[in-house]
Design a protein around this ligand. Structure first.
Ligand code: NAD
Ligand code: UFG
Length: 349
């Protein structure tokens, strides 16, 4: 029987790429999304790429009864939901400082509502989108999963809090399993160029800013600081291809299905750091597009460098990142150049 999964936030950047990989692996994902940071066009494109129809329910994870209705409907249709892959969250660090209550309500309150609905319906497996941001300022690098948590903003606190909730949730019953995947810096897009990252307004993150400069939507890149103790003074991060990240979710679902119980936090990164200028120069080299930049002061709250120790992901999930920085740039540029306004132009029709 095809395994049915609930994918919260499945219309988002990482969710949409994961849907494709889940479909490829033979799962039947049901998307639950309130489209607060996405649009339905994404799902049409995933259908077009996969050749599969996708069930979509528009709703908010804070609406427990809507989730219970969905789980019940699946059970009655003889396609019970086996596990939940939980992406739905607000994710802008700066906005979380301005609107902390919205972030705690959506990310923590939303997850509690989801877990209660799962408990009501006897669903015991969950993959959670966590973040390397839970670790905060590195005491040592690379970050290993036992590095202490010290988030520096409300968004990071919501991720750390949800991890604690999941630990307690698993502790309360030995039937339950939860995998918190701690993403480093996902960038790039599906190689088809049909789905990718479509930030609303001015991008907060480096890679979509680079692609928007390259496509002519922005004049130049602002490099936040060139006086860090790094290879060239600019910030260093562990960028990973979003398709590699998506595959990590498929493996996490399989890990739980094969009988592993309890809570597990797992880093998903390449184990390699790349500076801001190295990323911009690689992008220019492989795409042939210039990325003019200016050096600005450091961005408050940024750390100098961060990269993962991905050993646990390899040992437990059999996962490793296979796509390099060049491929991330080529695929990200294909998406941006073919969809200069993201999904917007299609939505407005
Ligand atoms: P995204 O904003 O593109 O996707 C999130 C999706 O969740 C959107 O479709 C949004 O409409 C939906 N959503 C938000 N709140 C909801 C709610 N209350 N009910 C139902 N749907 C809701 O973000 P993304 O980049 O795809 O990130 C996915 C997850 O990964 C998030 O949990 C994010 O915090 C985490 N994460 C992302 C990054 C990154 O760099 N993109 C890094 C680390 C962790
Ligand atoms: N940067 C620039 N210019 C920009 C944007 C970023 O120079 O316009 C620099 C930053 O200073 C940093 C690097 O590029 O050195 C990466 O910055 P991002 O904003 O792309 O990524 P962060 O590592 O700061 O944060 C991201 C997500 C967080 C997540 C974290 C770890 O925004 O939500 O990765 O996964 F928690």
């Amino acid at each position: 029987m095809t395994k049915s999964l609930l994918v919260t936030g499945g219309a988002g950047y990482i969710g949409s790429h994961t849907l494709l990989e889940l479909l490829k692996a033979g799962y039947k994902p049901v998307v639950f999304d309130n489209f607060s940071n996405s649009c339905a066009e994404v799902l049409s494109r995933v259908e077009e790429l996969s050749g599969c129809a996708i069930d979509v329910i528009e709703g908010d994870i804070r609406d427990k009864s809507a989730l219970v209705r969905l789980f019940e409907a699946r059970r009655l249709a003889n396609e019970p939901v086996e596990a939940v892959v939980h992406f739905a969250a607000l994710k802008a660090v700066g906005e979380s400082v301005e609107k902390p209550t919205e972030y705690y309500d959506n990310n923590v309150g939303g997850t509690l509502s989801l877990l209660k609905a799962m408990d009501t319906c006897g669903i015991r497996k969950l993959v959670f989108s966590s973040s390397a941001t839970v670790y905060g300022e590195p005491l040592r690098l690379p970050y290993t999963e036992d590095h202490p948590f010290a988030p520096t903003n409300p968004y990071g606190h919501t991720k750390a809090m949800v991890e604690q909730i999941l630990k307690d949730w698993c502790h309360a019953s030995d039937e339950r399993s939860a995998v918190a995947l701690r993403y480093f810096n996902p960038i790039g897009a599906h190689p088809s160029g049909r789905i990718g990252e479509a930030p609303q307004g001015r991008p907060n993150n480096l890679f979509p800013f680079i692609t928007q400069v390259a496509v002519g939507k922005r004049d130049k890149l602002s490099v936040f600081g060139d006086d860090y103790e790094t290879v060239d003074g600019t910030g260093v991060r562990d960028y990973l291809h979003v398709v590699d990240l998506a595959i990590g979710h498929v493996l996490a679902v399989a890990y739980m299905a094969s009988g592993n119980r309890g809570f597990q936090g797992i880093n998903l990164g390449t184990g390699r750091g790349t500076s801001v200028l190295e990323l911009a120069r690689t992008f220019e080299r492989v795409t042939g597009r210039p990325v003019p930049y200016e050096i600005l002061p450091r961005r408050p709250g940024d750390i100098a460098q961060a990269w993962a120790d991905p050993t646990v992901a390899a040992a437990l999930l059999g996962w490793r990142a296979n796509r390099d920085i060049e491929e991330m740039c080529i695929d990200g540029w294909r998406w941006q150049s073919q969809n200069p306004d993201g999904y917007q132009s299609v939505v407005k029709k």
